[in-house]
Design a protein around this ligand. Structure first.
Ligand SMILES: C[S@@+](CC[C@H](N)C(=O)[O-])C[C@H]1O[C@@H](n2cnc3c(N)ncnc32)[C@H](O)[C@@H]1O
Length: 260
């Protein structure tokens, strides 16, 4: 999703919860001296900086299509760490440019993973690693209700009558794709992150920082507000009124390493 609806403040409201999968993904990476790292969809760059320091990388580049996110990230200064605006759908680099391509919670916005993974693989050198985390929570009401409301008038017409298509593959399809791309070692898993939120209405605040950006980018402002109200009412009806509210969130993590 290249439209710039990203709000660094809204996204960071659940900073601790959102950083855990990033750290779990980073734990899959095999550190090597002098790594050249690319972080696709780097967001505010804070976690990119953490990764750069943790790996003691020689060079880390964070790329993001949101001007607001990149401008926040560009305030970070660490030797070897840079940020650049860029759209993953258009992105390419000469073969062997990186030792690690990392992407946390961004590739779900990018279509065509069967073509994307081989494209990323070509930018890796010998022993290169690919590490990706994407949310796969589409069957939870937080996501299912949004899809349901989007299919109703007047939103369906404004959204072009097409439901949002998921670009995500099944875990075993990522495993097969990694194998076919020549990743000799791999790790693919789905992990459930349990988040304790103050109440069920905080789920709306959570998705306002991410999933609902898709609808915000496509609906006129007044209509987006109406969408949000319908979504909130329908969602709260489906979620148990428990305090605190336990929000289970499924994520898919995959990692592969090429032969040296
Ligand atoms: C949920 S945030 C994740 C940010 C960061 N990786 C993290 O873990 O905190 C998703 C990021 O992906 C970026 N993004 C979405 N589509 C993109 C695209 N096509 N090209 C580049 N960045 C994209 C958004 O601008 C946003 O900053």
């Amino acid at each position: 999703m290249a439209e710039d609806c990203w709000d660094p403040e809204q996204y960071e409201r659940f900073k601790d919860e959102r950083s855990q999968p990033f750290r779990d993904l980073a734990a899959l990476v095999r550190p090597a001296p002098g790594m050249r790292v690319l972080d696709l969809g780097c967001g505010t760059g804070e976690l990119t900086a953490w990764l750069h320091a943790m790996l003691q990388a020689t060079e880390t580049v964070g790329v993001d299509s949101s001007g607001a996110m990149i401008s926040k990230a560009s305030g970070l200064t660490l030797r070897g760490l840079t940020f650049a605006p860029g759209d993953i759908t258009q992105w390419s680099a000469p073969p062997g440019s990186f030792d690690l391509i990392f992407s946390n919670a961004a590739l779900q916005w990018v279509p065509g993973h069967l073509e994307l993974v081989p494209r990323l693989r070509r930018a890796l050198g010998p022993g290169g690693q690919l590490a990706v985390q994407v949310p796969v929570n589409f069957d939870h009401p937080s996501h299912a209700v949004a899809a349901r409301i989007a299919a109703l008038p007047p939103f369906a017409e404004a959204l072009g009558g097409k439901p949002r298509e998921s670009s995500l593959l099944a875990p075993e399809e990522y495993a097969t794709l990694l194998h076919r791309c020549g990743f000799a070692e791999q790790h693919v898993r789905v992990q459930v992150y349990g988040h304790l939120l103050g109440s069920r209405s905080e789920v709306v605040e959570w998705v306002k920082g991410t999933l609902l950006n898709y609808y915000r980018a496509r609906l006129p402002e007044g209509l987006f507000e109406a969408f949000l109200e319908r979504y909130r009412a329908a969602l709260l009806e489906e979620l148990p009124d428990e305090v605190p509210y336990f929000y289970p969130f499924k994520r898919l993590l995959f990692w592969g390493r090429l032969p040296s």
